[in-house]
Design a protein around this ligand. Sequence first.
Ligand code: SAM
Length: 266
Amino acid sequence: MKQEWLEGHRARKRFGQNFLHDQHWIGRIVRSIDAKPEDAIIEIGPGQAALTREIIACAGHETAVEIDRDLAAFLRTQFAPEALTLIEADALTLDWATVLEGKRLRIIGNLPYNISSPLLFALMKGAHRVIDQHFMLQKEVVDRMTAEPGSKTYGRLSVMLQYRYVMHKLFDVPPGAFVPPPKVTSSIVRMIPRPVESLPEVDLEVFGEIVAAAFQQRRKTLRNAVSAFLTEDEIRAAGIDPTLRAEALDVNAFVALANAAAAKKA
Ligand code: SAM
């Protein structure tokens, strides 16, 4: 597929612009997404269409969300409206629950690294409409997303996302694959939303609050870190050892703590 570039476009730092230039890596990413004509694909940050071109060649059509006005104008010159539905908007403030309404989507993107965590949280709200998500992110972020209890990188992002998604780190992509090259290595992650009926019941707000509190001071034991929600005895009654630290608890243990805290509030 012939790649064309927007002449004279200077990568905008504030939009996290690092454009994929290396056909080997573009091919590898596109093969792992494996888009089919029946798929409804939505791409976040198509940029200069490095992935977009290949995805449209496989699926025939995609919807893309791009914030940069110049890139949006360029994209309109590259694709017929039947091939690309372009939403010129900020993916962070887009009403994802509405955009995703009534569809079963596959979401992809070489994401702007400066907004990756808030974007992942925003997308969670529409996860029940999604088949899978393939994202390129900073390797360090993917390591946190996929970390297991007990590891140094296990934290709030791991617990919140693993509650909702099964995640697989696929492979790393070196800085040299991009122009301009980022300072860090990137990784591709596949996220598959868990079926809604399989999610343990929990008040998501309380869950989020207790997970945040537990990891805010990760060196503290639970009895100290979550004392604003539960006493030591209440933690024990929820089946959790209050002398543990947050990093030792799996998602289900946090669900148990959140349910105990929610029951107390009610
Ligand atoms: N997909 C292209 C590629 O792989 O070469 C570009 C990737 S670049 C890392 C990130 C892209 O996301 C840029 O095109 C940037 O303008 C866009 N972007 C940044 N912030 C955004 C936002 N809040 N909403 C939508 N797009 C955004």
